[in-house]
Design a protein around this ligand. Structure first.
Ligand code: SF4
Length: 338
């Protein structure tokens, strides 16, 4: 299939698509779905509002035609969506799509890792912010210890999936876990990515003072390990990577607060209810679900997506201040994943 490369107003091509398949999660993490705001009576999307697998497949084909090479499935917690391997299998048959990955809290991986692998999934990113059971239970808002997540990581490895670990670092909360997590991941051959704490959505009460920068974490690591910088593997790679020079294990940093990378951001996001977002911090979604359900042809869908991407000029992380964090209308992360 001949691809059409489309570019936004800042000349950035469309390369990546993150698809949220569900807005529910079995955790209530402080960073994205705090328990006090997502209580038992919180109304999540009804099933009819979610894009079906057939709708996701149809849109994914069009996105790939417009330049997308990688798709990442997110949530909420994507493994809560029934029969997810069916969707992975549908996506894996799309000509021109090079990579399918998944971001998960890992708890359900023992049940589905091998099915996901057989369906065509290549990689998983598992969120784990500490190895301390008590602290982990506090962060996930459900009192769940690390055991089910560690079992999930093992299951993914055994199934032959690539595994990376995402650790969001918040000052005063889990910064004491930086070295234990680095030790654990290095020993187990897992690539760890330190993610600077961000003002996603409007429910996590973010303050600049809570951020530990990439530079600070790097200095801590340098006291324990010898690190060598790695070149980016492709244009727009989000993580700045290093490797421990006595191993081939990488460690990375996602420094969207201290060293923003908007100028090479090639990601579009599709929410569970079929809205396209052109930035993690842009609260204005563009409906595509109803347009599709009202009978739009593939060509009309292609034109709509092209027009949305062509009008994009988002560069929120370049412009972030304490003020924008409080005042800018943003989409909750449970709708579009990280
Ligand atoms: S702030 Fe928006 S434009 Fe900038 S890197 Fe993040 S998602 Fe991309």
């Amino acid at each position: 299939m001949e691809k059409t490369i489309i570019k936004d107003k800042l000349n950035r091509p469309l390369r990546d698509l993150r698809i949220s398949v569900i807005d529910r999660c079995n955790f209530r993490c402080q960073y994205c779905m705090p328990a006090d705001q997502f209580g038992d009576d919180f109304e999540f999307l009804p099933k009819s509002a979610l894009l079906t697998y057939e709708e996701i497949e149809r849109l994914a084909k069009i996105f790939v035609h417009l330049g997308v090479e990688k798709i990442r499935l997110t949530g909420g917690e994507p493994l809560l969506r029934r029969d997810l391997p069916l969707l992975v299998e549908k996506l894996s048959h799309i000509e021109g799509l090079q990579d399918i990955a998944l971001t998960t809290n890992g708890v359900l991986l023992p049940k589905v890792a091998s099915k996901l692998k057989s369906a065509g999934l290549k990689r998983v990113n598992v969120s784990l912010d500490t190895l301390n059971d008590e602290l982990f239970g506090e962060i996930n808002g459900r009192g769940v210890g690390t055991k089910p997540v560690l079992e999930g990581i093992e299951a993914a490895k055994e199934a032959g999936l690539g595994v990376k670990i995402n650790m969001v670092v918040k000052k005063g909360l889990n910064d004491s876990e930086i070295i234990p997590m680095a030790d654990f991941c290095k020993k187990n051959g897992l690539e760890l990515r330190f993610i600077e704490y961000m003002d996603v959505g409007s429910s996590n009460g973010w303050k600049m003072d809570d951020v530990i920068s990439k530079k600070e974490i790097y200095q801590m690591l340098k006291e324990h390990y010898q690190l060598e910088s790695r070149d980016p593997a492709y244009y727009g790679e989000v993580a700045k990577l290093y490797h421990y020079n006595d191993t081939d294990v990488n460690v990375g940093f996602i420094s969207s607060v201290s060293e923003s990378f908007c100028s090479s951001c090639t990601r579009s996001r599709l929410s569970a209810n079929g809205q396209i977002f052109t930035c993690l911090f842009n609260g204005n979604g563009h409906d595509i679900r109803n347009f599709m359900r009202n009978g739009a042809t593939d060509e009309e869908l292609r034109d709509r997506i092209t027009s949305i991407w062509s009008g994009r000029n988002d560069r929120y992380s370049d412009e972030r201040t304490e003020e924008t964090a409080k005042t800018r209308k943003k989409i909750e992360m449970s709708y579009i994943g990280g």
